[in-house]
Design a protein around this ligand. Structure first.
Ligand SMILES: NC(=O)c1ccc[n+]([C@@H]2O[C@H](COP(=O)([O-])OP(=O)(O)OC[C@H]3O[C@@H](n4cnc5c(N)ncnc54)[C@H](OP(=O)(O)O)[C@@H]3O)[C@@H](O)[C@H]2O)c1
Length: 318
């Protein structure tokens, strides 16, 4: 298949391109040239800004386009409109952040935020979801048939620089008393980027239109951390602190203590995607490969999320 990937050189897109090349698809990358210019030297590469320079793709047709990085309705409109008669199908990577409710078991019919056309100043987490709702609507409007909307939950694995999952293998490996959030039964949910990428490429190839949550199976935090101990070692001691304690000490959910959302079990319904062939590799593989990749990052890498060791010691002593 001739596949256009808008984006494709940072994290999710990078794995999508790898999965497509593994399947021997012919891939064209469209991005500005600021990220991963050295990746995929054998792919056709068209450089430009997706909002103003998508016209650089003129005189080309593709079996499918995968819009990986669209976050603003204006930029998605520019590419979706330009490509309308040039692609067989348009697959848009959205997010479960479109849903209003995170405490239930939202399926694809769950209530979403009202669409937002422009980002607020400063940007907020809620606005991200509402902007993605507007992006989805643009895609649906321009491709009433032939579009696929994929809503992933937290995506993890090698090249994820957000440290939301990556924090945990390195913390567990460091050992000692480990501040473990919420409680061992609290459910968390994530998807290995490579499972997502392989499935997305298959869906684009099969032109399987529709809207799909792309989420892993809900997993208890205790099971996750114990499995990590089995994979990365460290002989650490998990010290569980409940929501009330963490909130009282103003611990920032999800960012300062990754994967912790007070009072909420994350368990978006993923049955529809599984029916369409989404599969999951063993948890141990996700942990091991993420950990191995993390160890290749330069020591001075700025960790954007995760708890400062000093603060962790103070909290454990409190
Ligand atoms: N991470 C998660 O847990 C999570 C969860 C749910 C959904 N998602 C969604 O998954 C996607 C993740 O994207 P990613 O960053 O990993 O994708 P990616 O495709 O790997 O990287 C972003 C790409 O976009 C290009 N780009 C950025 N701005 C551009 C512009 N104005 N014009 C043209 N190209 C541009 C970048 O290259 P240049 O810099 O060279 O332009 C880069 O190739 C997002 O849509 C996000 O909303 C993520």
């Amino acid at each position: 298949m001739r596949l256009l990937v808008i984006g494709g050189t940072a994290f999710v897109g990078r794995h999508i391109v790898e999965a497509a090349l593994k399947r021997k698809h012919e891939v064209t990358l469209f991005h500005r040239g600021q990220t991963g210019l050295d990746l995929f030297p054998d792919c056709e590469r068209v450089l430009g800004d997706r909002t103003t320079q998508i016209g650089r793709l003129k005189n080309r047709v593709f079996d499918a386009a995968i819009d990986v990085n669209g976050r603003l309705p204006g930029e998605v409109r520019a590419s979706a409109e330009f490509l309308k008669h040039k692609v067989g199908s348009y697959l848009f990577i959205s997010t479960v952040s479109v849903y209003k409710n995170w405490g239930g078991r939202e399926d694809e019919d769950g209530e979403v935020f009202s669409p937002l056309q422009e980002p607020p100043e400063p940007m907020t987490g809620g606005a991200y979801g509402a902007l993605k709702v507007a992006c989805e609507k643009v895609v649906d409007e321009i491709y009433p048939i032939g579009s696929t909307i994929v809503r992933p939950g937290l995506i993890v694995g090698p090249y994820d620089t957000t440290d939301r999952f990556t924090y945990w293998p390195s913390r567990v490996a460091r050992g000692g008393d480990i501040l473990a959030p919420g409680g061992p039964q609290r459910l968390t949910q994530f998807i290995d980027v490579r499972d997502l990428a392989e499935w997305v490429v298959r869906m684009a190839g099969e032109m399987d239109a529709g809207c799909y949550n792309a989420v892993g199976k809900p997993l208890a935090m205790g099971k996750l951390l114990e499995t990590m101990q089995g994979v990365v070692g460290g002989n650490g001691n998990l010290v569980w602190k409940d929501d009330a304690f963490l909130l009282r000490h103003e611990v920032e959910p999800y960012t300062e203590l990754p994967l912790w959302i007070p009072g909420i079990d994350t368990r978006f319904a993923g049955g529809l995607a599984r029916e369409r062939g989404l599969t999951f590799r063993p948890l141990e593989e996700t942990i091991r490969d993420t950990w191995e990749w993390d160890k290749t990052r330069p020591p001075e890498t700025l960790r954007v999320n995760g708890m400062d060791p000093e603060r962790e010691r103070e909290l454990l002593a409190a």
